[in-house]
Design a protein around this ligand. Structure first.
Ligand SMILES: *Cc1c(COP(=O)(O)O)cnc(C)c1O
Length: 382
């Protein structure tokens, strides 16, 4: 079976986990956390990176640090994972869903301004498939209306927009290191702070409302309960696992891009004949090959293609059920304007296998089978 995803593992990680165990420091904020945060700060050229137990938790921290209050409105796409929404709903916010662009599947920046009301407090953008939203326009709107911008860059590690790393353009950036992402620590995430000004509040929030981070750095001689917070620190065991991968981040990224480009090249005849639609990466965006998706004609064709590929030992998946059509989305949000693309495109998208263990030969095989499906279906596709 060609799996849709396989968790990334590099041999060095096991050595590093053993090193963490031998060092007698396996709780949070030890040397591996420092190594990983330092690496990300350098890689993304950002002021501060705080590792968390998930991207969901990084988003929760961002919502808290943005002072989102009961009744505030937060703009976001409906085509996203539930976590983007949960973080704000937990603070009592109302969600206002904005339609997506059919090309990148990202929030349509041209529709944002019309969705703003006097209750709007923030815009949560999602960089789908590691391809950036139109951040220049979004930041201009945010500045004009004094809104906070939170980037759900869960899929965006190693991607950039006009030379700026994703997650560093808005006020807060959130990464995921879940096992389904390009780099993984099982479960994990990171919060990027654009400037240092809320670093102290963020550290206190992350450390159960205490100033233990300052204590660890020797800046205070004892720590106490100075604010409110939760426990968002990942264990050193997870950080050690991740460190093995970050050391090889370029190599891993290179392999994924190789596979992505191979899919694109081999499927081009189907794209050119209008049988399938290709993923779109604007010229000013560098992506990280987080996923390779295709768009088929409609939901019915997708069902048939998935089962044909499954019979041929290829596992493919689709997502998301638009949030505004889910029970909680109806309860906590509303759609601004018309849903022209969100639902329609969500029913056509199909994600092909993409992970570090995948080989070029396997990509060739997957593409061959897709061709075979459309040849057999000639009557339908013309
Ligand atoms: C994976 C993902 C998340 C959640 O990440 P966790 O680390 O599992 O909490 C949030 N948003 C998007 C867009 C994602 O792809």
């Amino acid at each position: 079976m060609i799996e849709f995803n396989e968790p990334l593992y590099v041999d060095k990680s096991l050595d590093y986990i053993q090193e963490a165990i031998r060092s007698n420091h396996i709780c949070g904020d030890g040397s591996f956390t420092r190594k990983c945060s330092g690496w990300i700060e350098k890689q993304t050229k950002t002021a501060k990176c705080l590792f968390t137990t998930s991207c969901t938790h990084a988003l929760e921290m961002a919502a808290f640090l943005s002072n989102i209050q009961e009744g505030d409105e937060v703009l976001m796409p409906s085509y996203t994972f539930a976590s983007t929404a949960d973080a704000f709903v937990m603070r009592g916010a109302k969600l206002v869903f904005v339609d997506i662009r059919p090309d990148t599947m990202n929030i349509d920046e041209r529709l944002i301004e019309a969705a703003i009301t006097d209750k709007t407090k923030a815009i949560a953008v999602v960089h789908y498939a590691g391809v950036s939203c139109e951040m220049d326009t979004i930041m201009d709107i945010a500045n004009k209306y004094n809104l906070i911008v939170i980037e759900d860059a869960a899929q965006g590690m190693m991607s950039s927009y006009k030379g700026q790393a994703l997650g560093t353009i808005g006020d807060f950036g959130c990464f995921s290191f879940h096992e389904t992402k390009n780099y993984s620590m099982g479960e994990g995430g990171a919060l990027l702070l654009k400037d240092d000004s809320c670093k102290e509040r963020a550290e206190i929030l992350r450390e159960k409302g205490t100033n233990r981070s300052k204590f660890y750095r020797g800046e205070v001689d004892k720590y106490s309960w100075v604010g409110i917070g939760s426990s968002y620190l990942p264990s050193e065991l997870n950080m050690a696992y991740l460190w093995g991968q970050l050391e090889k981040a370029e190599e891993i990224n290179h392999h994924r891009l190789l596979l992505w480009n191979k899919y694109y090249e081999l499927l081009s005849p189907l794209f050119n004949r209008g049988i399938l639609e290709a993923p779109v990466v604007p010229d000013h965006c560098i992506h990280n090959a987080h996923m390779f998706y295709i768009k088929v004609k409609d939901e019915d064709e997708r069902i048939r293609l998935i089962s044909f590929l499954k019979v041929n030992q290829i596992h493919t998946v689709f997502h998301y059920i638009p949030l505004h059509s889910a029970p909680s989305g109806k309860k906590y949000g509303r759609f601004a304007g018309k849903d022209i693309y969100t639902t329609k495109e969500s029913l056509r998208i199909l994600r092909l296998p993409m992970h570090n263990k995948l080989t070029e030969d396997q990509v060739e095989y997957v593409c061959e089978k897709i061709f075979e499906f459309y040849e057999n279906a000639k009557g339908i596709t013309g």
